[in-house]
Design a binder for this molecule. Structure first.
Ligand code: F6R
Length: 235
């Protein structure tokens, strides 16, 4: 694991964007794995800036997002479809048909999980997966558990995650209780992984992640076993 402590969140955003931009320059038709939430917002803003100044080009890029809430359609303001459109896709020259996010409103959620997992495989797998870190150590929506979840599946969100995500909704009752998420196995298949985390509420999870013990009670800890993982964190 390559661990980088950034001096500030601004520096973290720049370093993360440079790593993603480097992947795109090396392989213009890269398959990128993206995350939502607060953590990647600054990184996406940097990527948009690099695109606007002509440094990077999204025209051949394919993306797969980690997850989507069950029950929220594309146009719901808290859906991850909406988030990606607002914060990145509508601001760069990515082709809409090359962007992939699980559908939260599929009639058969299990079939949707299978379809998503197969689509990642058909695209040749993810070259670089960007991850945030949950306060409880989750990656994607793989919550602490007795085993590491393998493939894309429907997962139940824990109280801690529902509470953390209530800030985006009017009340905790409105936060969906389930999501479709890439599995830990799906994430670990990415050729490179970049996890970013910062802030006081992530301090404990970052410490546990770097402490060395690999346990499904701390889902992100499995990244220690991935040969090409970079962690960039800041206070
Ligand atoms: C989002 C995701 C989650 C978040 C995590 C941290 O697609 O999969 O694992 O990365 O919950 O969220 P923030 O960045 O909002 O603290």
């Amino acid at each position: 694991m390559n661990v980088i402590k950034a001096k500030s969140v601004e520096e973290l955003n720049k370093k993360a964007a440079v790593m993603i931009a480097g992947q795109m320059l090396e392989k213009p038709d890269s398959v990128l794995g993206f995350a939502t939430g607060s953590s990647p917002l600054g990184t996406y803003a940097e990527l948009i800036r690099l695109y606007q100044e002509g440094t990077i080009d999204f025209s051949q890029v394919t993306t797969f997002n980690l997850d989507e809430y069950v029950g929220l359609g594309k146009d719901h303001s808290q859906s991850y479809h909406y988030f990606m459109k607002e914060n990145l896709f509508s601001k760069v020259n990515i082709k809409e048909e090359n962007t992939h996010i699980p559908s939260g409103v599929a009639a058969d959620a299990t079939a949707e999980c299978r379809r998503y997992e197969e689509a990642i495989g058909a695209a040749g797998g993810v070259d670089l997966q960007l991850l945030g870190l949950g306060r409880n150590g989750h990656i994607g929506f793989n919550e602490p558990d007795s085993i590491f979840g393998k493939e894309t599946s429907v997962v139940k969100l824990t109280e801690s995650t529902i509470e953390a995500n209530t800030r985006f909704f009017d009340s905790s009752a409105e936060v969906p209780k389930e999501a479709i998420s890439m599995g830990i196995g799906t994430i670990m298949k990415a050729r490179k992984i970049l996890l970013i985390a910062y802030g006081a509420d992530k301090k404990e999870a970052i410490e546990k992640l770097l402490s060395g013990e690999v346990s499904p009670q701390m889902p992100a800890s499995i990244l220690q076993l991935h040969p090409q993982t970079t962690i960039i964190y800041a206070d």
